[in-house]
Write a protein that binds this ligand. Structure first.
Ligand SMILES: *Cc1c(COP(=O)(O)O)cnc(C)c1O
Length: 400
């Protein structure tokens, strides 16, 4: 039996009856083991061990221990090079600051004009804080390599575009960035658990990402940061906090960074969320990322073919070449917001991204071919019968 035969693993998830969930790229589904793990963390670890749990239950080590595990499972990164904590936006900020410190003579942060807003906002805010003539330059992702000059200090890119699912050739771009002497930061928010990632063949200095999307660790789950293991120990993290100190309980009035990824820890880690991540990672044990990738592409190819055959007016917004996609498929549709509301009302959950993108995520851990066909059946009805035109689907909520 090949490892691919283990997919999907629906029995490991709490799946609401009658729902087809195509939004695991935004917030993953709840693994069954999470609830009991949370209850145990609260009742036994916190309730009974109290402060002793920092040592007795290993709370203090969780950010690095989970970082090591996540690094080995998804990044092919050695122990010590990954830590988890905080949110992705904060990890972007820390990586940017560290990267700028590594190129003190340069002033440009280069990014993709369609990058996720928070990544761009973090760069803008940091530049204002630094106030030393730094500037953010953005170009479409396809033009990044031609926009590289020796004024560029750092390049910040997201491997898989959140709107279209377009996947970049990360290792090749990193090499081009290094050719002009700049530092590379990859945002892997839509990569981990979606496509194989290998930091041993991608020489980027930093990678960051979140764990609540394809990794299913739940809302507010900790982010991660990877730092290339051979970088010297003088890389300075922004937001130095006591948990990132070489020896937090020395209560030293002067900051001295801890080793490698540990220095990116800031303050007291959210232990309950860390335990949720731990339980979510268990679901991935034994999954081959190549088998997952194959399953993901089979699902998305079926979806595209069926939608194009049956749903007039929807236009593919994702790359047609499967190798250039992550694990999501997007379609332009003029009435995309209302159509998505109508779809959700019929039990098929995807999401909408302005201005006109209907977005569908494919998560082979808990989706199979029959789910995809059933989802298109509903979508076809929404489009054919113009269900999107009903008044109840026109008002926009805060989260789309
Ligand atoms: C989801 C996502 C984020 C979100 O950042 P948070 O701090 O976790 O809210 C940031 N960047 C990218 C590329 C994302 O896809």
């Amino acid at each position: 039996m090949t490892q691919g035969a283990e997919l999907p693993r629906k029995h490991l998830f709490d799946m609401p009856e009658g729902l087809i969930y195509l939004d695991g790229n935004s917030l993953g589904m709840l693994p069954k083991a999470v609830g009991p793990r949370v209850a145990e963390t609260i009742d036994r670890e916190w309730g009974q061990s109290l402060i002793r749990a920092w040592n007795a239950e290993g709370w203090m080590d969780l950010p690095t221990q989970l970082g090591d595990r996540l690094g080995a499972m998804f990044l092919n990164a050695p122990a010590g090079s990954v830590s988890v904590g905080d949110t992705l936006s904060i990890k972007v900020y820390q990586a940017l600051t560290a990267a700028l410190n590594m190129r003190p003579d340069r002033r440009v942060i280069l990014s993709d004009s369609n990058n996720f807003p928070s990544d761009l906002y973090m760069a803008q805010g940091l530049i204002e804080t630094l106030g030393q003539g730094y500037r953010l330059e953005t170009v479409p992702a396809d033009d990044i390599e031609t926009a590289l000059t020796d004024g560029v200090a750092v390049v910040l890119l997201t491997e898989v575009d959140y709107r279209t699912g377009r996947r970049l050739d990360a290792a090749r771009i990193t090499r081009a960035v290094h050719d002009v002497g700049a530092v590379m930061i990859w945002d892997l928010a839509h990569s981990l658990g979606a496509v194989p990632v290998d930091m041993a063949v991608n020489p980027a200095e930093f990678a960051v990402g979140c764990t609540y999307k394809y990794l299913n660790a739940g809302p507010g789950a900790p982010a991660f940061i990877y730092i290339r293991p051979d970088l010297p120990d003088d890389v300075q993290p922004a937001l130095a906090g006591w948990m990132g100190h070489a020896n937090p309980f020395a209560m030293d009035p002067v900051y001295e960074p801890g080793p490698a990824a540990e220095r990116f820890r800031i303050g007291t880690p959210p232990i309950v969320q860390m335990r949720m991540l731990e339980a979510a990672l268990d679901v991935w044990e034994g999954v081959s990322m190549q088998a997952l990738r194959d399953a993901s592409l089979a699902l998305s190819e079926t979806f595209i073919a069926e939608v194009e055959r049956r749903c007039l007016g929807l236009e593919l917004a994702s790359p047609r070449d499967p190798q250039r996609r992550g694990s999501q498929v997007s379609f332009h549709f003029e009435h995309g917001y209302a159509a998505m509301q109508a779809l959700i009302a019929s039990g098929v959950i995807g999401d909408f991204r302005a201005p006109d993108i209907m977005r569908f995520g494919f998560t082979p851990l808990y989706l199979d071919e029959a789910d995809v066909i059933a989802a298109v059946d509903v979508l076809e009805r929404v489009i054919r019968d113009r269900l999107w035109d009903r008044p109840e689907f026109q008002t926009r909520s805060r989260v789309t």
